[in-house]
Design a protein around this ligand. Structure first.
Ligand code: TMP
Length: 217
């Protein structure tokens, strides 16, 4: 299998967090930090990021798909991920382009595992099947209290299928994200997303600078 991390020349960076954590705004900050160093960057997102993946995303977020069982949700997420990896992420990394992805598999452990109660061992089986040994090199976890995040999202447009979940669901998601950060302290860096935006950006720049130094860039 050509799935080993040794095949990739670029680095794979993911951004994670509950709704309203400001990931999308900070993605631009990460991108700028990398481009300032002359690094070619591809930004993308999950679920989605490929033609088939974006169609799956529409289904996953559609409030009309209310009642979808957790197993279907997990399988659709990994189906979209398989497309994304094959058509976008792996080809970019193999060329030496760095990939910056708004959410990845940590979101499945957090939302479907922590939020919906899916056994993490089942998620791990699909992770091994779809990704082989492919894992992000760096993950920035934007953490803030659930109530603050939901208050920010509430100001946006009509809620999608996930945004319609109750606060308890997001408490489960946040708790699982924090557990992931504790068990992978080298890869996952915690960002306090409850602070004013300039202070969040400053933490992001610091983490990216530290990562660049670690990988010798
Ligand atoms: P967003 O990326 O625009 O915030 O929306 C994607 C939604 O999909 C978000 O509510 C989190 C959810 N999601 C999962 O539940 N599991 C996953 O593995 C991923 C990638 C996203």
């Amino acid at each position: 299998m050509g799935y080993l991390n040794s095949y990739k020349k670029g680095k794979f960076i993911t951004l994670e967090g509950i709704e309203g954590a400001g990931k999308t705004t900070q993605l631009a900050v990460v991108r700028r930090c990398l481009e300032e160093q002359g690094i070619a960057v591809l930004t993308t997102r999950e679920p989605g990021g490929s033609p088939v993946g974006e169609r799956i995303r529409t289904m996953l977020l559609d409030p009309g798909c209310k009642g979808m069982v957790a197993a279907t949700e997990v399988l659709l997420l990994f189906a979209a991920r398989a497309e994304h990896l094959a058509h976008k992420i792996r080809p970019a990394l193999e060329q030496g382009t760095w990939v910056l992805c708004d959410r990845f598999t940590d979101a499945t452990y957090a939302y479907q595992g922590g939020g919906r109660g899916v056994d993490p061992e089942r998620i791990a089986m699909l992770e091994a099947y779809v990704q082989g040994s492919m894992r992000p090199d760096l993950t920035l976890l934007f953490d803030l209290p659930v109530a603050s995040g939901l208050a920010r999202v509430g100001k946006r447009s009509a809620p999608d299928r996930f945004e319609s979940e109750a606060e308890g669901f997001f408490e489960g998601v946040r708790t699982r994200y924090l557990a992931i950060a504790r068990s992978h302290p080298q890869r996952v860096r915690l960002i306090d997303a409850g602070l004013p935006v300039e202070q969040v950006s400053a933490q992001v720049r610091k983490q990216v600078a530290g990562f660049l130094a670690r990988v010798g860039r």
